[in-house]
Design a protein around this ligand. Structure first.
Ligand SMILES: NC(=O)c1ccc[n+]([C@@H]2O[C@H](COP(=O)([O-])OP(=O)(O)OC[C@H]3O[C@@H](n4cnc5c(N)ncnc54)[C@H](O)[C@@H]3O)[C@@H](O)[C@H]2O)c1
Length: 387
């Protein structure tokens, strides 16, 4: 019989993120055994009874609901985990905050800045624990990049460059909307690649390199009309298929960001590179256990890019896993976020990125879209670094 304190999880949305988060909860006790709190998979929620029942059985939830409002109203739930499409985040989070629940919300926080602000207001009023799943921060190589930059090894930063490239929406025959293709429907998603993919790049960038102060962007919608699953009618496409922006960081460095779902051959090519006065760093999601590092202070005859396999136990999170030289994967970034959230319950510290941090990322996304629409530079309104 465990004497750990229980946090009873109510998970809403049983798709891709519902699975990654649940896997994270299930791994916590095995790999972070000394933690004081433990998650209990109390209830899963999705609208289709057949699907949610099967999901609950497969993943080990004690019960299920088909209406998220019923889940939020239950007094045997401590934390609400929001894994649903973007148009539902605000309503669920505001109701969960009013019910006094802890909230773990998927990114982007909301469809728009105004919507995100209502969520921040709600959690601040309720004083509930919160976090947003910008999970790439917790890939060990990315966490190590942050530690190296913080240590000052790069010196003054000049450039931050990031890409997030995919190729899955090139066919004009792909419809928009509905359960599988809500990302193509601007009513459900808010935006296209800006909120879906660049939001990750922006979160990582501001975490590592500080505030983005102003942006100049262009967006393109290559396929202008698609059949909508709900109406069966051909409708205008409202999302950005591709977005490129450049920006200033508060620390004086320049940023260059590109995201598209039209880069044939690329499935999820998230890369970033940072160039400083003394050294540079680069990372690639397709080779996620590696960090590349160039140090100009190296002896000239051996100077060159080092390829660091981030698997040693003194590198971030890796002491929890296997032996040096053996890799971990995408799912571990979610296990790490669960672990950091549960550790924050012990320490009483916030679990970054909080809703407030995610609001700053939302400000940049909003400024990017406004800049593209007006063909002009826009201030983001972000003043401080995010945690
Ligand atoms: N952190 C990441 O790397 C990452 C990756 C993918 C998606 N996401 C985010 O996670 C969220 C979900 O994305 P996904 O890829 O898991 O989507 P998905 O389409 O795979 O799953 C969404 C789930 O929500 C359910 N759902 C939809 N509306 C609902 C409602 N009103 N009530 C209850 N259930 C409802 C659907 O039935 C489905 O089970 C989005 O906000 C997305 O941006 C984040």
């Amino acid at each position: 019989m465990s004497n750990k304190k229980e946090i009873r999880i109510g998970l809403i949305g049983c798709g891709l993120m519902g699975r990654t988060h649940t896997n994270g909860y299930k791994r916590l006790g095995d790999f972070f055994p000394e933690y004081e709190y433990r998650p209990v998979l109390k209830a899963a929620c999705s609208r289709s009874e057949d699907k949610v029942k099967a999901f609950a059985e497969q993943w080990g939830y004690e019960s299920y609901e088909t209406d998220w409002k019923a889940l939020v109203a239950r007094d045997d739930i401590d934390a609400i985990d929001i894994c649903t499409p973007n148009d539902t985040h605000a309503e669920i989070a505001i109701a969960a905050a009013a019910a006094g629940k802890m909230i773990l919300c998927e990114k982007p926080l909301a469809r728009t800045l105004a919507e995100a602000q209502t969520m921040v207001d709600a959690i601040e009023k309720a004083g509930v624990k919160n976090t947003v799943w910008y999970n790439y921060r917790r890939v060990p190589a990315v966490t190590l990049a942050k530690q190296i930059v913080d240590s000052g090894k790069l010196g003054k930063i000049f450039h931050y460059r990031a890409n997030f490239l995919q190729d899955w929406t090139i066919s004009p025959d792909l419809p928009q909307g509905g359960t599988a293709l809500w990302r193509l429907d601007s009513d459900a998603a808010g935006s296209g690649v800006t909120g879906d993919l660049l939001a990750h790049c922006i979160d990582t960038a501001m975490w590592i390199n500080g505030a983005i102060t102003d942006v100049s962007a262009m967006t393109e919608t290559f396929i202008k009309e698609r059949v909508h699953q709900a109406s069966g009618q051909v409708q205008k496409v409202g999302i950005d298929d591709a977005c490129i922006f450049h920006c200033h960081f508060k620390n004086g460095s320049l940023g260059l960001f590109e995201s598209t779902r039209y880069a044939r051959g690329h499935k999820a090519l998230y890369t970033f590179e940072i160039n400083g006065e003394h050294a540079s760093i680069r990372w690639d999601l397709h080779d996620m256990n590696r960090l590349e590092f160039f140090d100009h202070d190296d002896d000239a005859i051996v100077r060159g890019w080092r390829s660091i396999l981030v698997t040693d136990s003194d590198q971030p999170y890796m002491g929890r896993w296997w032996i040096p030289g053996t890799s971990i994967g995408y799912e571990h970034s979610f296990v790490h976020q669960v672990a950091d959230f549960f550790k924050s319950l012990e320490t009483g510290e916030p679990c970054a990125p909080t809703f407030q941090d995610a609001l700053e990322t939302q400000k940049v996304c909003e400024a990017v879209l406004a800049s593209a629409a007006s063909r002009s530079w826009k201030d983001t309104g972000v003043e401080n670094d995010i945690s």
